[in-house]
Structures are given as structure tokens and as C-alpha cells.
Design a protein around this ligand. Structure first.
Ligand SMILES: Nc1ncnc2c1ncn2[C@@H]1O[C@H](COP(=O)(O)OP(=O)(O)OP(=O)(O)O)[C@@H](O)[C@H]1O
Ligand SMILES: [Mg+2]
Length: 368
């Protein structure tokens, strides 16, 4: 069955509204609302969330141009295609309409076939645009994973390689331990490249998820291994005592460890002070399992907290030891949690306001 498309018809002339609504209802597949002024349309738009707006130009109060301008200004409505209704066949009107951000215009009196054809065209264009945007997001996520998350594994291999060079007196036990770490990290990186190849192979820019039930503590320990070096270097402790050994979550293991756990632990570590502790715990309440990653680091100021999941602005600042970042980690974590049908919440107290009990807690919730 085809999806019902929502349209708002804006005209101060009741007869014109009626004619258009009748054409749309006869055709079927539309849910239509009307507005007799630009302001009424702006009031309705947030709640109704139309797929398209048909708007008269000359109206009392704010005219069609101003209505369109306001729609285009707001990030929540800027994507909605607007088709103008112009009474006269005036080129100046049409040009101004297109300049204000309208996608098309119709001349009154409205012809049924033309009205339906234009609506169809613009609904198709707008749905294509949306799917392009979503694959752009998928690719952006992928590039982040490649550069950032895979980087963690390589850094780990590199660090142990370097440490191996400092081993003296044929200390084979230590060498073996380092070799083991390098082996595990490089194996993870190789497995991951396989997943990325799969992703490329599907070509529809959708990551195929293999959701299964995994032990939470197990995955946390895997992530710990990647950061072992950095944790030691900063003398930060990971405390898993609050994690229930029996807790299971339904995720795609590789993506969860690599892109969710590793990002969150990397942040907690990056923004902790030397000698600090990161407390990880899990609880079950109201048919939700919640994993909490709590650090006692610098915390976030409100302006960072408000924007931390946005991809269009960066909230990235350097860590307490000058560690650099890109600001892509958190938006990615949120996207993954949505794919796993979970959610993410943050509470944070910045050290500038809370001199003693500052820090950040990240809560990941999964339905059970
Ligand atoms: N645990 C935390 N404590 C304090 N601030 C945090 C914490 N986690 C995130 N932030 C704030 O949110 C910003 C964005 O985090 P995000 O993980 O998206 O990017 P990043 O860590 O800066 O870069 P990247 O993850 O790409 O290396 C951080 O730069 C920091 O300002
Ligand atoms: Mg980060």
C-alpha cells in the first residue's frame, strides 16, 4: 500500500481551498488540512508535519512569500516543498516565489491534471532527497568508523609494537603478552574491514545488522583491552564492579564494541583527570536495561551538552591531556543506539560550576 502523503492547502479564498481539497480527495492517497492565512499554516505545520504545502501568494496578513520565507528559515520546516498559487500569470511573481524557496507554482484557476502532476513530481523529488541524505549520513558514519574507531585498534598495535622494543633480557613472558595484544587488536581490525566490505557490497548504503544477545561485561572487557595502554598512561582505572555479570543486551557485537563502547570509554578517559576512575554499572528497571558510564572528569557545559548529538556543529574540545578529537563520536553513538532500538541520555556537571562533584554520566538503555 502506498504511504499517505500530507498536504496543507493555504488560501484565503474558501472556494479555492474547496476545489483543491476535492481534487486531492478524489485522487486519494492524501491527508489534507487547510489554512486560510499564512499564520494559520505556520501554526499547523509543526504538529501536522506535511510532506508538501500549496500556498496562495496574495493573502491578508502575511503573504505567501513571507510564509515561505519563514518556513525556509526554520530547520524543522525548511525541507517541505512549497508550491505557490498565483492568481495572475505574472512572471515577476513566479520568479520571486522561486527565489523565496518555493519549488514550483500553479496558476489559478487550478487545472486538475496539472495540480496532480506537479504534486507527484515534487513529492518524488523530496523523497529522493531524503534518501540521499540518509545514505550520506551512513557514509559519514562509515568514514568516522574507519578513521576514528579503527584507529584505536591500530594505535593499540603500534603502542605494543613500540613497547616490545624496550623489552630487555629476553623477557619472553612480557613479549608474549604484548604479542597477544597485538594479535587480538589486529584481528579485530581485520574483522572489521570485512564488515565494511559487506557494507560496500550491499551498495544501498545501509549497514546490515546482525542482532544477537551478548554478555555486556564480556564486551566491556573487550573494549578495555583496546584502551589498556592509554588507561595506564593516564593512570585512570576502569571499574566494572557495578556491572551485573548476567546482563545480556541485543546488539550487533562488532558495531557495538567498536562504535559505541569504544567511543564512550575513549571520551570518559579523554575527559578524566590523571588518577581518576571510570565507573561502569548496569541496572534493570521498568523493563529496561541501563548501562551507565560515569566519569569524574571535567564535565560538559550546557552549550556542549545541548549540541553533543548534532552533526552540523562541532562540540569538540581537547581532552585533559591535550587529546584531540573530531566531534563525530557522540552523534554516531546515538545513531547506533537507535539502530539497536535503545536510547542514550547524559547528565553532566562541568567543573567550572561544580568544584567537587563534577563529571559526566552516560546512560545507554535497551528494551528487554
Ligand atoms: N565524558 C565526557 N566528559 C566531558 N565532555 C565530554 C564527554 N564526552 C563528550 N564530551 C564533550 O562532547 C564533545 C563531543 O564528543 P564526541 O565524542 O562526539 O567528539 P570528540 O570526543 O571531541 O571527538 P572524537 O570522538 O571524534 O574523537 C567532546 O569534545 C566534549 O566536549
Ligand atoms: Mg569522542
Amino acid at each position: 500500500m502506498e504511504e499517505v502523503k500530507k498536504i496543507i492547502v493555504v488560501d484565503d479564498n474558501a472556494l479555492i481551498r474547496k476545489v483543491i481539497v476535492r481534487i486531492l480527495n478524489q485522487k486519494g492517497g492524501f491527508e489534507v488540512q487547510t489554512a486560510d492565512s499564512g499564520l494559520e499554516c505556520l501554526e499547523k505545520v509543526d504538529e501536522f508535519q506535511p510532506d508538501l504545502i500549496i500556498c496562495d501568494i496574495m493573502m491578508p496578513g502575511i503573504d505567501g512569500f513571507e510564509t515561505c520565507r519563514r518556513l525556509k528559515k526554520s530547520p524543522t520546516t525548511t525541507h517541505i516543498p512549497v508550491i505557490f498559487l498565483s492568481a495572475m500569470n505574472e512572471t515577476a511573481d513566479k520568479v520571486q516565489g522561486l527565489e523565496e524557496g518555493a519549488v514550483d507554482y500553479l496558476t489559478k484557476p487550478v487545472q486538475k491534471a496539472e495540480l496532480l502532476a506537479r504534486i507527484k513530481t515534487h513529492l518524488t523529488i523530496s523523497s529522493l532527497r531524503r534518501s540521499l541524505e540518509s545514505s550520506k549520513d551512513e557514509y559519514r558514519g562509515l568514514v568516522h568508523v574507519m578513521c576514528h574507531d579503527m584507529g584505536n585498534y591500530l594505535t593499540c598495535v603500534h603502542a605494543y609494537g613500540e613497547l616490545s622494543k624496550t623489552i630487555k633480557n629476553k623477557n619472553y613472558a612480557t613479549l608474549e603478552k604484548y604479542n597477544d595484544r597485538m594479535f587480538v587488536s589486529s584481528e579485530r581490525a581485520i574483522n572489521f574491514l570485512e564488515k565494511i566490505k559487506e557494507f560496500e557490497a550491499t551498495k544501498d548504503a545501509k549497514v546490515s545488522l546482525k542482532l544477537n544477545e551478548y554478555n555486556l561485561l564480556d564486551m566491556l572487557q573487550e573494549s578495555q583491552l583496546v584502551f589498556e595502554n592509554k588507561l595506564m598512561a593516564k593512570n585512570v582505572e576502569l571499574d566494572f564492579l557495578g556491572v551485573d555479570m548476567s546482563h545480556i543486551v541485543k546488539v550487533d557485537r562488532e558495531w557495538f564494541v567498536l562504535s559505541v563502547m569504544n567511543n564512550l570509554i575513549s571520551n570518559a578517559l579523554k575527559f578524566s583527570f590523571e588518577g581518576g576512575t571510570i565507573f561502569i554499572s548496569s541496572t534493570v528497571e521498568n523493563s529496561k536495561l541501563t548501562l551507565c558510564i560515569k566519569d569524574e572528569g571535567i564535565g560538559m557545559v550546557k552549550s556542549v551538552l545541548d549540541k553533543v548529538f548534532k552533526t552540523d556543529t562541532t562540540t569538540s574540545i581537547k581532552g585533559t591531556s591535550g587529546e584531540k578529537g573530531t566531534g563525530f563520536g557522540m552523534p554516531l553513538v546515538k545513531r547506533w543506539m537507535q539502530k539497536f532500538e535503545g536510547s542514550i541520555d547524559i547528565t553532566s556537571k562541568h567543573q567550572s560550576e561544580f568544584t567537587t562533584d563534577h563529571g559526566t554520566s552516560i546512560y545507554l538503555s535497551f528494551p528487554i
